[in-house]
Design a protein around this ligand. Structure first.
Ligand code: NDP
Length: 325
């Protein structure tokens, strides 16, 4: 079967499409015929060898996939059943979705919700799944439509663009932060009411600034997250899920102790199964049909390395879907 294989030569990561056998697949109780995978920021880091995502080579990358069960020793899964997988270290420490088959633990899989095609599941992918977890975290923090504006950073990215679509569809008043003026029309179509520049949030400001946001979803980290915290209204919630701009957080305790602001982290990788199933169900119900047309670019396995480099260079907009078979 065809697979994208990562090797390490002289400390540098090299990637190429090659052949592997079913016997070479790692241990697991369910084997899946992979139809679709997607490219996320973490995949791009792994494939370009940025940030030491992968330590054991050769590795098949691909942190998410959707397909059909081809064999199973797990009673919950039958041959032919449509499934989706994100996280659990797949594509990092365990061979992943950028191959025609993957063998994984049944515990890691989610049955595809009724009405959601495999292709659509991978337009959503890890990024969209994370966006749903972020929206759920905002709701659990008490941020409801009508409370005021909710802001999303890294708006053109996979997480950001899906978060904007979800929030707008659920009736929130959404503001986007983007570094790319060229994406204004795209972000407006997704449902953003206003688009603010990255620069506005990347400068160090006051510990407590004017109260502007009922809630925020931050995919960028560093000064952007600090600025969002300083501008969040009394009792608001800021959800942090990413580090596209850096892993530091140069903030103060002021938003927390004087404005009762909540900072909620979101991790999609080790998210428990019941919450995963809830999130996938809600994605299937909430995303409008237009989402699947607006945000996806389809590529082949062979095009993955070049597109991964584009993601690292911030020249890719929206979701990248990989047609594996
Ligand atoms: P993308 O690469 O698709 O998008 C990131 C976006 O952030 C870009 O489109 C760009 O948007 C903006 N951006 C890029 N570089 C910078 C920069 N230097 N400073 C400020 N903004 C920048 O990534 P994803 O949407 O897939 O992921 C976003 C983040 O979330 C990543 O850090 C990723 O690792 C993380 N993540 C975390 C998960 C979790 O489980 N916690 C799961 C999935 C992702 P624009 O041009 O509009 O500004």
């Amino acid at each position: 079967m065809r697979a994208l294989l990562l090797e390490q030569n002289d400390g540098k990561t090299a990637s190429a499409v090659g052949q592997i056998n079913t016997e070479q697949l790692p241990e697991g109780d369910v084997t899946v015929d992979v139809y679709w995978s997607s490219l996320n920021y973490k995949d791009a880091m792994a494939i370009t060898g940025t940030g030491k995502i992968i330590r054991d080579f050769p590795m098949v990358p691909g942190i998410d996939f959707a397909g059909r069960v081809s064999s199973s020793q797990d009673k919950r899964y039958n041959i032919g059943q449509p499934v989706v997988l994100t996280g659990w270290g797949v594509g990092e420490t365990h061979w992943g979705g950028l191959a025609e088959q993957a063998r994984v633990k049944g515990d890691w899989l989610v049955p595809l919700p009724e009405g959601l095609e495999a292709r659509h599941a991978m337009i959503i992918g890890t990024a969209g799944f994370t966006a749903m977890l972020c929206v759920m975290a905002l709701e659990e923090g008490g941020v409801l439509p009508g409370n005021g504006e909710v802001i999303v950073s890294g708006a053109s990215g996979g997480v950001g663009s899906t978060a904007i679509t979800l929030l707008a569809t659920l009736g929130y008043n959404v503001v986007a932060i983007s570094g790319r003026a060229s994406n204004t029309d795209y972000l407006t179509q997704l449902g953003a009411k206003r688009i603010l520049t990255r620069e506005e949030f990347s400068k160090e400001g006051r510990a407590l600034d004017k109260q502007r946001w009922a809630g925020a979803i931050d995919t960028v980290g560093d000064q952007t997250l600090a600025t969002l915290l300083s501008q969040t209204v009394y009792g608001g919630t800021v959800v942090a899920c990413g580090l596209a701009g850096g892993y530091k957080l140069p903030t103060t305790v002021m938003p927390f102790i004087l404005r009762n602001v909540r900072l909620q982290g979101v991790d999609s990788v080790m998210c428990p199964l019941h919450r995963r199933m809830d999130a996938w169900e809600r994605l299937a119900q909430t995303l409008p049909a237009s989402f699947y047309e607006q945000t996806a670019t389809e590529i082949s396995l062979e095009q993955v390395p070049e597109t991964a480099a584009g993601i690292m260079a911030n020249t890719v907009t929206g979701r990248t879907l990989v047609k594996v078979r």
